[in-house]
Ligand binder design. Structure first.
Ligand SMILES: [Zn+2]
Length: 248
């Protein structure tokens, strides 16, 4: 613990000295809070000690602590950041040779960070959008970190969305809900006046593992529709096709 406090002293002091009085104190408090939160979350997910995490991220800091220790730079792992075990898994999962979707021009870039699609943007200029620019990937990219490289490269990477993942993309929970709601309505040809719930489990980052749709009508005590499927893709596909073909 003493070693952790020793490492944290420098960035905290720098934050405090960045402004006079209360503002400086507030900034120091914020930096301390973020370092501890990151250490807690990252050490748990990556199987490292808090000391290892704090030392690695502080060692790589090249600018002011108040700009470095920001939530945007150290997003919570597992929220919308994918953790790959190693470089091999990363390559297998994203298939870099297939290219990356540029969030600006929509073209396919060979480079995951700087668009080289050759497409023009709406201003007529050849696109050179950068994933590390001010607007990042505008929420359309992929954020990840590699577990066994974290100590040398303690950061969350943001790249254009790999074409391979784009094709495998699973429906969002909202999409599942809306399809399932219509599915149940069609299946029972009634208005939804009961309660229903879902259970969704994901397998890896792009496959649905299990999808259960449970629907209870207010007049019945037992669920009138309770389907769970280990092959969730299939159940989802069935529901989806059903709707598309309009079968009642
Ligand atoms: Zn582009």
């Amino acid at each position: 613990m003493n070693e952790i406090l020793r490492i944290m002293r420098k960035p905290i002091k720098q934050a405090r000295n960045s402004w006079d009085g209360e503002t400086g104190k507030q900034r120091a408090k914020e930096v301390k809070k973020i370092i501890l939160e990151v250490a807690d979350n990252y050490s748990n997910v990556l199987g490292l000690t808090k000391l290892e995490v704090i030392k690695a991220i502080e060692d790589k800091r090249t600018y002011s602590s108040i700009n470095y220790y920001q939530k945007a730079n150290f997003p919570k792992l597992k929220d919308d950041v994918i953790v790959y075990e190693n470089q091999k898994e990363l390559h297998e999962k994203i298939q870099p040779k297939r290219g990356f979707r540029c969030p600006s021009c929509g073209g396919i870039s060979k480079d995951p960070y700087t668009c080289d699609s050759g497409e023009k943007n709406s201003d007529g200029k050849i696109c050179d959008w950068k994933a590390y620019g001010l607007f990042g990937t505008m929420g359309k990219g992929l954020r990840f970190t590699v577990k066994d490289m974290f100590l040398e490269n303690p950061r969350v990477d943001e790249i254009f969305m790999p074409i391979h993942l784009e094709e495998l993309k699973i429906p969002t929970l909202k999409e599942i809900e809306s399809v399932a709601r219509d599915y149940i309505m069609k299946k029972f040809d009634e208005k939804l006046d009961g309660t229903w719930s879902f259970e969704v489990q994901y397998f890896g980052e792009c496959k649905l593992k299990r999808l259960a749709i449970i629907y209870t009508n207010k007049n019945c005590s037992k669920p009138i529709y309770n389907e769970a499927n280990e092959n969730a893709d299939e159940l989802f596909k069935e529901a989806y096709n059903w709707l598309k073909t309009g079968i009642k």
